[in-house]
Unconditional design. Structure first.
Length: 456
């Protein structure tokens, strides 16, 4: 990979603006497609189109296109004819081709598919488009090597050479039966150590790690990490080998999912990035900001009913931010632990009540420490405000327990309802904890002041 400086980009921009085709071709001829994509990202649309169209190697051009971010790629595709896009798809693996087609408007997809010259690939793409894009079937490619379990090693090698001619990379050799059901994996080492074996099934590794077409992508990612895989075969409901997912595909998906989860946890309702338009970013950010405003209004209504007590004991107002901030922090911590556990497979829905019980014990310990520390602080700084000390410390005790349990319960419930649990680590938890925390504080303060009137 090449690191481009501002001077490098400026020099390339000048060559593009001056129409220096020879200079640009010399500059990019030996670059990796990812490096060329990096250059395109730094150019404006007109410059990027000119440079992109200058690349004469269609396969490299297709690779550059797939290395671009989705938004940048979409801008280039909007200015291409369906037959041009079809030419690029001919040069791509089926999984990348499906990703590209899914980014097109629905009315353009069929026209583009009609311009794919390789009818076998076009058929594979049509089949893959039937799968949900968030499942193994939607992520897999159909480029792999398979051999029959009843073949001899010489037969196997001959067939492998034929199939390998159309592949860029070979990860595994899959062994199937006469009905194309996956039976095992042929270790490449066996081709060297057992070159005269009578049948492949005698040396294959049985019971390979597999995934079904309908398996969610997050579960596929867990298996890749668990078994340290570089590729995984995909089978249908009756065990037939239909595709393969490679580690680069799953890593791209994990990165995109992590970005979506992070934005969701930050209160951003749709997938955006820093380069998106002002309107797009505003639409993504405003929903939770408005919900936050509603939460703030509810808090102000609660405080209005508490106005007389605050006026009489102004010290009560000092600790309102402490109550809200502590509840929000505790809730986000608890929900983050649960979301992480669900994501990496170490926590399952069947363990929900066990996890809630564990978090309850944790919250009790945290609540005792926090409320005790605050009680001592208030008593040391304002010894005459006994009612305030009790109100603040007991409120914190209740808020910490509620926030911890609530922060655990919500993501587990969302997961059960098939809603992204990352939603629970964002503004939703903080707003709810603010409101409930304030209600607890108001109620506890009124109660304490009724038992311990303030000194004259």
């Amino acid at each position: 990979m090449k690191d481009f400086t501002e001077e490098d980009i400026e020099r390339i921009e000048n060559m593009v603006d001056s129409g220096d085709s020879a200079g640009i071709l010399h500059e990019i001829s030996d670059l990796h497609p990812a490096d060329i994509a990096e250059i395109l990202r730094e150019l404006n649309l007109r410059q990027a189109e000119w440079l992109f169209n200058l690349i004469d190697d269609q396969e490299k051009k297709a690779d550059v296109l797939m290395e671009l971010d989705e938004e940048d790629r979409k801008k280039l595709l909007e200015h291409m004819q369906p037959e041009q896009i079809g030419e690029f798809i001919d040069k791509l693996d089926t999984d990348d081709a499906v990703d590209l087609i899914q980014e097109l408007d629905k009315e353009d997809r069929e026209e583009v598919i009609q311009h794919i010259d390789d009818m076998e690939q076009a058929g594979d793409i049509v089949d893959l488009l039937q799968y949900d894009e968030d499942t193994a079937g939607g992520l897999m490619g159909t480029e792999f090597i398979s051999v029959n379990e009843n073949w001899s090693m010489p037969e196997c090698l001959k067939e492998m050479r034929r199939q390998a001619a159309d592949l860029d990379d070979i990860y595994y050799v899959y062994v199937v039966d006469d009905d194309n059901r996956l039976k095992g994996i042929l270790p490449l080492k066996k081709m060297i150590t057992d070159p005269s074996v009578s049948k492949i099934k005698h040396v294959m590794q049985t019971d390979p790690v597999t995934v079904h077409t309908e398996t969610p992508i997050d579960e596929v990612a867990i298996d890749f990490e668990k078994y340290d895989l570089v590729a995984m075969p995909v089978i249908d409901s009756i065990g037939r080998l239909v595709g393969q997912i490679t580690v680069d595909d799953i890593m791209d998906e994990v990165r995109e999912q992590s970005e979506r989860d992070f934005q969701l946890a930050s209160g951003i309702s749709s997938d955006i990035d820093a380069g998106d338009s002002v309107l797009a970013q505003t639409k993504a950010r405003i929903p939770w900001l408005l919900i936050g405003v509603v939460g703030g209004i509810i808090n102000s209504i609660i405080l209005t009913g508490f106005e007389a007590q605050i006026a009489a004991v102004t010290a009560l107002a000092i600790f309102i931010p402490l109550i809200g901030g502590t509840g929000g922090n505790v809730g986000v911590q608890a929900s983050a632990i649960v979301v992480q556990g669900l994501a990496n497979g170490r926590l399952e829905i069947k363990d929900a009540w066990k996890q809630i019980g564990r978090e309850t014990l944790i919250s009790l310990l945290n609540a005792l420490i926090i409320s005790g520390a605050v009680f001592i602080y208030v008593m040391l700084t304002q010894p005459r405000l006994y009612a305030v000390s009790l109100a603040v410390s007991l409120s914190l005790f209740c808020v910490v327990i509620f926030s911890n349990v609530f922060g655990t319960f919500v993501p587990l419930t969302l997961e059960k309802l098939k809603i992204n649990p990352a939603l629970a680590t964002g503004p939703f938890i903080q707003i709810m904890n603010d409101i409930v925390g304030l209600l607890i504080y108001v109620g506890m303060s009124i109660w304490m002041l009724s038992f311990f009137p303030m000194p004259k």
